[in-house]
Design a protein around this ligand. Structure first.
Ligand code: PFF
Length: 446
């Protein structure tokens, strides 16, 4: 019997778009600007960039390499490489934990994405135009306390995500990112232009790039490291699953640089689309998660073109969320497909599980917070640590060299050194910190 041809992306560029789509999401537009705001701005951005370079990029190369070599879902790819190198089956667990982490992230991610969809609707209807800040804040609080409102938007977002994934890798995810990503970039450029013309651009620039290390707490360094994982979609097999469909044998190093640079540039541009508007309206950016859902609509509400550009902004956020959420369930779907369960059934089944978790997140904010906390601070760093150790220490360096497609030179040696020593050490620090916080929290409740 003939083996079916392996599923691959149309080209290396589709892979880059899909992986960038996974990386660029609520993390860049919702989380990054507010944690930058909360942690003092410039110095935080610098530490975050260092984390991307020293932990994010090396681990991403490792993940794609494992996926492309294993050519399967994260569990089977890890198992195959482990078997080949004489390792134990336990390594397969890394893929398994990652798949579960993906579903857990989806359980709160789709709720926030639902808010963004609701805001597209509100902005397009012009409901924020001329509204005063108290009204806008009251609306957000109303949304947060209305289970039924959130349920509608959460369900709609979950359904759209599942529909894209169910349509397949090339025809669903690949097609979607080929349309969504250029659109996302276009919207972002327009918004940065609008912000440059109508906002206080220099205040925004100063805020993001003035480095005052005295304002940087130890906690901020750890938050920056955790965010490097979250924003690059690392530690849970999303990028590994996408890597399994990587066509050909091009160097992974260059591809990863492109993805990491795009993700970082988009996070910085998102900041430049938001902060100047916030400052021009005499508002402050250090207000936490409400930055995007309260401060920014307040800014748009009293600016010319606010209805159009506000709508554009929330459409941008929704697109970014969708191109990420599809990668949260793909690893699990790929695994179920490998068990001969049809793709449609796998996708809607996993989508339903995530949807139920989302309903719990809507109703119990403690569930929402716990899912966010456990995935970002424990599961992703743990997954990343294990992947770094697996590729850095378990696999044969010659095989690794061959499979990354990199030249055998100083760049490869530097990558391997960072992967073996620097990244695990950095991740361990984040991880222990999270555990420390964890026990402190527990002590608080005892
Ligand atoms: N990288 C996404 C963001 O920044 O919003 C979040 C994410 C997507 C994390 C996919 C992990 C993942 F596998």
């Amino acid at each position: 019997m003939n083996q079916p041809a392996p599923v691959t992306w149309k080209s290396r560029w589709t892979f880059i778009l899909a992986a960038t789509g996974s990386a660029v999401g609520l993390g860049n537009i919702w989380k990054f600007p507010y944690i930058t705001g909360e942690n003092g701005g410039g110095a935080f951005v610098l530490v975050y960039l260092a984390c991307i370079l020293l932990i994010g990029i090396p681990v991403m190369i490792a993940e794609i390499m494992v996926g492309r070599t294993g050519r399967s879902d994260p569990i089977h790819s890890m198992l195959a490489l482990s078997r080949e190198s004489g390792g134990t089956k336990v390594w397969g667990l890394v893929g398994g934990i990652g798949m579960i982490a993906g579903l857990m992230i989806m359980m709160f991610y789709s709720v926030v994405a639902g808010w963004a969809l609701e805001y597209v609707f509100q902005s397009v209807s012009g409901n924020y135009h001329g509204a005063d800040p108290a009204q806008i804040e009251a609306h957000f609080n109303e949304l947060l306390t209305s289970d039924s409102q959130q349920l509608i938007w959460h369900s709609l977002f979950s359904f759209i995500t599942a529909t894209v994934v169910a349509a397949g890798v090339a025809k669903g995810i690949g097609k979607a990112v080929e349309i969504l990503m250029p659109l996302l970039f276009l919207f972002l450029i327009i918004l940065v232009g609008y912000s440059a013309i109508n906002g206080d651009f220099s205040a925004g620039l100063h805020f993001m790039f003035d480095t005052d290390f005295s304002r940087l707490s130890g906690d901020a360094i750890l938050i920056a490291m955790g965010h490097a994982f979250f924003t690059l979609s690392l530690g849970m097999g999303a990028i590994m699953a996408y890597g399994a469909y990587f066509p050909g044998h091009a160097s992974i190093g260059k591809t990863v640089m492109t993805i990491a640079v795009l993700d970082t540039v988009i996070a910085l541009l998102a900041g430049m689309a938001m902060f100047p508007l916030v400052f021009a309206n005499g508002l402050t950016p250090g207000q936490g998660p409400g930055l995007m859902f309260v401060t920014l609509p307040v800014a748009f509400s009293n600016m010319t073109g606010g209805v159009f550009f506000g709508s554009l902004f929330f459409a941008l956020v929704s697109i970014a969320a969708l191109s990420s959420s599809i990668s949260l369930i793909e690893p699990g779907v790929a695994w179920l497909e490998k068990q001969n369960i049809n793709r449609r059934l796998s996708t809607y089944g996993l989508g339903l599980i995530a949807w139920v978790g989302g309903v719990a997140s809507i109703h119990y904010s403690a569930v929402f917070d716990a899912l966010d906390y456990i995935t970002a601070n424990i599961m992703l760093p743990l997954g990343g640590l294990l992947i770094a150790l697996f590729v850095g220490w378990r696999l044969d360096p010659k095989r690794v060299l061959d499979e990354t497609g990199m030249a055998n030179g100083p760049l490869f040696s530097a990558w391997r050194f960072v992967l073996r020593f620097i990244a695990p050490f950095g991740i361990l620090v984040v991880f222990l910190h999270s555990l420390g916080l964890f026990s402190a929290l527990q002590a608080l409740f005892d």
